[in-house]
Every structure is written in C-alpha cells, then in structure tokens.
Design a protein around this ligand. Structure first.
Ligand code: SF4
Ligand code: SF4
Ligand code: SF4
Length: 284
C-alpha cells in the first residue's frame, strides 16, 4: 500500500513564499480535470491560497523572533470534509490523498465550511469547494513530489510514502519530534510538523556599579510544574529558555556571586522579553 503525506519543518522554513507562489503557478487559471478546476486569479475577489505561510512575530526587540508555518491540507485520517460531502464528493484515494471531485462537489458549500484548518476555499463563481490536491495529477504523471516540496530551497517540506519504512519521510518520523498542527481538533492529520512555535522567555543580565557590565557566565534557573531548566548567560549577559508550553507558570531565579538574588514569577501566555535585569551588589 501507499500512504502519501508530508512533514513540514518549521525550523527550516525561511518564509520565502516559493511554495505559495509555485502552487499558484500550477493552479491559477489551469484546469487539471478530473483532479481540480482552475483556481480563481490570485487578485480576484475569490483568490485562494492552497498553501498559506503563517508569519508570527514573537517577543519584543531586541529579543524578537519570526516564525513561518506553511499550512496546506493536512490529509486527515478522520477528515470532516469527507463526512460533510454528499455523493462521495470528497474521498480518499488509494494512496491516502484526500480529494474533492469538482464535478460531484458542484454546489456543496458545506464542504468548504467543514475544515477546521481553513484550507478549503469556496469558488463562488463556479460554485465548488477547492483545496490542495497534493499535486496528485503530477504524482500520477510520475512526479516524485508535489510542486511546493520541489520548490522549497531549504527542503522544509518533505513528501513521501508513510507505508514505506525506508522512505525519507518514514525515517524522519521515526527520528521523533513530530507534532500535529492543532492537535486539539482531534481529526488525526497525517501531515506532521517539526518545530511548531512554542513560547520563549529571554532577558539580559547586567551587573550594576559605577560602570555597568554585562553579566557573563551567570546561572539562570527556570522552575515550573514540569521541572527545572537552567542556563548560563552569554558574553552579552543574555539568556533564553525556549520550547516552553503556553500558559504555564514559572519562577526565574538568578544568583550571582556578591550580588543580591533576583527572582520573578512569570507566565508564558506569550513570548516574554524580561528586558535588562540589574543585579545590585550585596549590602555592606
Ligand atoms: S485538512 Fe481540512 S480539507 Fe484537508 S483532509 Fe483535513 S479536514 Fe479535509
Ligand atoms: S501539494 Fe500541490 S496543491 Fe498542495 S500546496 Fe503543494 S503545490 Fe499546492
Ligand atoms: S518554500 Fe520552503 S522555506 Fe520558503 S516559505 Fe515555503 S516551506 Fe518555507
């Protein structure tokens, strides 16, 4: 059997939008029947993005990051789009790819409203729901991967057969660190992600005095319900804890020789830049 899917590596993605543009190049104005009808023109009222790159600005200057998360059809095992369709208009191919039959789906707007990932688009002009096809017309024509995967200059989109234990996608999955996008939807996406953005807490430690100095090599401890993490400030006095669960409570403690202890309670509802933390000399 074959079970095509993808792994999207957010840590590799640079937000170049090559995947987005190449997808439009393949589908805007081009019918690929019976797989798909043409996407409406990108600048039209009904323009669609079968792959979108979600840009997230995190933290505040100078501790800021930008994360790019490409999102296409997640090829779910418990796909509500299949459930929502009448006449088998949305179906799973033998190779695992979830497809919308443009002819059978005629007039079925409920299909477009059924996807919690928001990757199905309603073509008001043609009265049909449309989405990423995993470029199945190309795969059936002998292509080894969809156009977005081929276009990505940093190989952030890995396509392959999950049922082949020797495929690169299977090997990468076995290596771990896989996550589902919006696990809370509970519809078992087969597309997996690496490095989905988590919360981070960062700051800069300075030793106060007649001349302020960056506090290099100072131990910083972050304690929370799930355990304790520690790090050491770099040559600029900077520290950072990454990969933190959103909405968790932590205490940060900094203990430097001959300095007053610093302690603060924080909550990771968002990415936090604690700014400059001044360590005062011990009294006396
Ligand atoms: S991501 Fe949306 S369109 Fe794709 S299979 Fe899942 S529910 Fe259907
Ligand atoms: S797999 Fe094909 S249809 Fe889907 S997002 Fe990539 S280029 Fe577009
Ligand atoms: S082509 Fe690759 S690097 Fe560029 S936005 Fe798409 S996934 Fe990210």
């Amino acid at each position: 059997m074959t079970n095509f899917s993808m792994i999207v590596d957010v840590e590799k993605c640079t937000g170049c939008y090559a995947c987005f543009l190449t997808c439009r190049d393949e589908y805007v104005g081009n019918d690929h029947l019976p797989y798909s009808i043409a996407q409406p023109a990108a600048n039209s009222e009904f323009g669609q993005s079968w792959i979108r790159v979600v840009e997230e600005e995190r933290g505040t200057f100078p501790k800021a990051k930008i994360t790019y998360t490409p999102i296409m059809c997640q090829n779910c095992e418990d796909a509500p789009c299949i459930e929502a369709a009448e006449n088998g208009a949305v179906f799973r191919r033998e190779d695992g790819i979830v497809m919308i039959d443009p002819e059978k789906a005629d007039g079925q707007k409920t299909i477009a409203d059924s996807c919690p990932y928001g990757v199905i688009f309603w073509n008001e002009e043609k009265k049909v729901a449309q989405k990423c096809t995993f470029c199945s017309h190309l795969l059936d024509d002998g292509w080894k991967m969809p156009r977005c995967a081929e276009a990505c200059p940093v190989e952030a989109i890995l396509f392959g057969d999950l049922d082949d234990p020797d495929s690169a996608i299977s090997q990468k999955r076995q290596a771990g660190r896989m996550e589902e996008l919006n696990h809370e939807f509970g519809i078992k996406p087969t597309v997996a992600y690496v490095g989905l953005p988590k919360r981070f807490i960062a700051g800069e430690v300075v030793l106060s005095g007649d001349v302020e100095e960056c506090a290099e090599g100072i131990s910083v401890i972050l304690a929370g319900d799930s355990g304790t993490l520690s790090t050491t400030t770099d040559a600029f006095g900077d520290f950072e804890f990454t990969g933190l669960t959103e909405g968790s409570d932590f205490t940060i403690e900094i203990d430097a020789p001959d300095r007053q202890n610093y302690s603060v309670d924080v909550r990771s509802d968002t990415d936090l830049n604690l700014g400059v933390i001044m360590l005062e000399p011990l009294a006396g």
